[in-house]
Design a protein around this ligand. Structure first.
Ligand code: FUB
Ligand code: ZN
Length: 649
């Protein structure tokens, strides 16, 4: 359900997203040659195609983000770039709907070549999503028409094919389901279902990967050779210089593990049919996109047999394979999940896109099951694992997100693989969609973000949230039914709330807060969204009824599971939905990796001068030094630094 974000923490971030980030991203896409690739494919300019084989997806994802931003921040500048890009891709698209500049330019006779590796379907997926988003934002159909032509091509070429014709990077499934939602055209739904159902059923997958790897290598070498020739023939051509990527400390045998994961199919979630995939494995963005698509399919079709595997995989991820920030994917190189409890904070990959993908999945799960824990994890990842991806200026980004940095990680204006910036921008732009939902006689408040919406119950009900989160504690929810009405308002009780101190009232009357559900197994990270629940407020609502919540947020301590190596004697400090860290910038004379914190000394203080005005946490070390903690998502905004989330107690 749509809502308008009105003020506060997210309003400010969304302004930066709309006024700076989206334009910066376009400039980088142009400068890096990503947009020029379409001009070359359209036959309008001579030149050399630059970037990875999946580079098209970054441009399409930009249009997706720009469209969603345009829905709340319509500016002529943005409209004009979007229009130019849509017209360009219309010209680059082949008459039969195919659009993939890597093949069009370098291998015009090849199509659907190395489906596990070369991302053809992934790029078409982002093209389709962009078309859907543009249509939803503007009601214009130019981009949607391009999307439909691409989708029709795929339906034509892939319908009724088997397991070998499923993609290695899931995305097309989400795209086809979204396209089905706006068009009602059943072949799109059926195609998405086929891609999902056929996954993990190829008995000769390992052989296929060996063959595809060899082909990708040979094609890559051919492209490199052509590039050298092009550079030699065009000495004035200055290729875009991508800043060097960030260091990612790799565990032992990283390459061997990646190869084994690929051969077994786990890297691509091709090791088993989806109903048997109960453990998060492989590339973490791919994994969470697949889970998102399965949950969407289950919602669309009512096929409940898809749900248990999703629930089990979620439980396993949350209990054993997720960082305290909500980051997922502990293995660099493979960009994916490690073993249970393998959560080294320094080699944490925790790609920004993986957190976003998990948020998409959690939203679908929340709608599918109405369980609060999914919205709780959504919130945690929103504020921590995902928010860390964009700098305060909107034009610098993090791709991998370690929880300990001993140097070598800084925010960059762009990356050789720039998948995260536009993914963040499109998610933030759509944040209003994730706050409320409803069914016949219930309204759910999933997130405490200052916003307004109107819900279609028997009669329209307006709801307004005024939230001081995440810096302060108070939330006020005003309910305005157009006529007095009986329904249940479900407000999420976050996993992080303290039941002893939190106060919730309805028109001034105190409401009792139920205790969180007990859990058998402690989580690896200390953060446990399963403690979240709903407060069901069922009554006759009159215009102007008010729910007031005071969370009285204060610094809290999370400890890792004893099975997580290297975490004994360490704590993570959180406050409300925010994870905090020690950054060297605020603690220039402290050895942040060895300091021992005096837990009883911790207090939160609002500091108007720090990072644009934030709640910091201050405390003392055992040797009397002052320690200043800032929210994890804000680290790295002031140049090169060191940082740690886990600190000695
Ligand atoms: O492969 C396309 C994107 O690039 C993935 O989603 C990211 O993880 C990165 O590998
Ligand atoms: Zn990414």
């Amino acid at each position: 359900m749509k809502s308008k974000i009105t003020s506060g923490f997210w309003h400010d971030r969304l302004k930066v997203n709309a006024q700076r980030a989206i334009f910066h991203q376009w400039e980088q896409l142009e400068a890096s040659g990503c947009i020029e690739n379409f001009r070359i494919a359209a036959g309008e300019v001579d030149g050399f195609r630059e970037g990875w084989f999946f580079a098209d997806s970054d441009a399409h994802k930009w249009l997706d983000a720009a469209s969603r931003i345009y829905a709340s921040f319509p500016t002529p500048e943005l409209a004009s770039i979007m229009e130019a890009y849509i017209s360009l891709i219309a010209r680059a698209q082949q008459p039969d709907g195919y659009l993939f500049t890597y093949n069009q330019i370098h291998f015009p006779n090849d199509r659907w070549k190395n489906l596990q590796i070369e991302h053809e379907l992934y790029c078409h997926g982002h093209l389709i999503e962009a078309g859907v988003s543009h249509y939803q934002a503007t009601t214009r159909t130019e981009a949607l028409t391009i999307a439909r032509r691409a989708a029709d091509r795929i339906v034509e070429d892939f319908s009724d094919k088997g397991a070998q014709y499923t993609p290695g990077h899931e995305e097309i499934e989400i795209a086809l389901l979204r396209l089905y939602q706006v068009t009602g055209h059943a072949p799109y739904l059926n195609m998405a279902r086929q891609f999902i159902e056929q996954r993990g059923r190829d008995p000769f997958f390992a052989l296929s990967i060996i063959r595809q790897n060899a082909s990708v290598d040979a094609r890559g070498k051919y492209v490199q050779q052509k590039r050298q020739e092009y550079l030699a023939a065009h000495p004035t051509f200055k290729p875009f210089q991508v800043p060097p990527g960030n260091a990612a400390k790799k565990p032992k045998n990283a390459t061997l593990r990646w190869n084994l994961s690929a051969l077994s199919g786990k890297y691509f979630q091709q090791h088993a049919p989806v109903r048997k995939q109960t453990v998060p494995v492989g590339h973490s963005v791919r994994f969470a996109y697949l889970e998102t698509a399965i949950a969407m399919l289950a919602r669309e079709t009512g096929d409940k047999s898809l749900v248990p595997a999703l629930e089990q995989a979620w439980e396993r991820m949350v209990t054993r394979r997720m960082y305290v920030t909500g980051g997922i994917g502990s293995l660099p190189g493979m960009e994916g999940f490690g073993n249970d409890y393998e959560l080294d904070p320094e080699f944490a990959y925790a790609e920004t896109c993986a957190a976003l993908a998990s948020m998409f999945w959690n939203w679908e799960m929340a709608q599918l099951t109405h369980e609060a824990k999914y919205s709780d994890l959504f919130e945690w990842q929103l504020y921590n694992a995902a928010a860390v991806g964009m700098g305060l200026d909107g034009s610098t980004y993090l791709y991998n997100n370690p929880l300990t940095c001993k140097g070598g990680v800084t925010r960059k204006p762009w990356y050789a693989v720039p998948c995260c910036p536009s993914n963040l921008s499109r998610t933030w732009a759509d944040l209003g969609k994730y706050i409320y939902s409803s069914n016949e006689n219930e309204i759910f408040i999933h997130q405490y973000i200052s916003s307004e919406t109107s819900v279609e119950m028997d009669a329209p009900v307006k709801i307004r949230i005024e939230s001081e989160l995440s810096w302060k504690s108070k939330v006020r929810i005003t309910v305005v039914p157009s006529a007095p009405a009986k329904f249940t308002l479900n407000v999420r009780l976050p996993s992080w709330l303290d039941t002893q101190t939190t106060h919730i009232t309805c028109n001034g009357d105190l409401i009792a807060i139920p205790s969180p559900a007990a859990q058998n197994e402690a989580t690896a990270s200390g953060f446990d969204p399963r403690k979240s629940g709903w407060l069901h407020i069922k009554r006759f609502w009159n215009s102007g009824d008010v729910i007031e919540i005071n969370f009285y947020i204060s610094p809290q301590i999370y400890r890792a599971h004893p099975k997580v190596k290297g975490h004994q004697g360490k704590i993570a400090i959180v406050c409300g939905p925010l994870v905090y860290c020690l950054e060297s910038t605020d603690n220039p004379h402290v050895d942040i990796f060895n300091a021992e914190v005096e837990i009883t000394s911790l207090e939160s203080v609002f500091d108007t001068a720090l990072l644009g005005g934030i709640t910091k946490i201050v405390g003392l070390s055992k040797t009397g030094e002052t320690l200043t903690f800032i929210p994890y998502h804000l680290w790295g905004n002031r140049g090169e630094s060191t940082m740690t989330v886990w600190i000695n107690e």
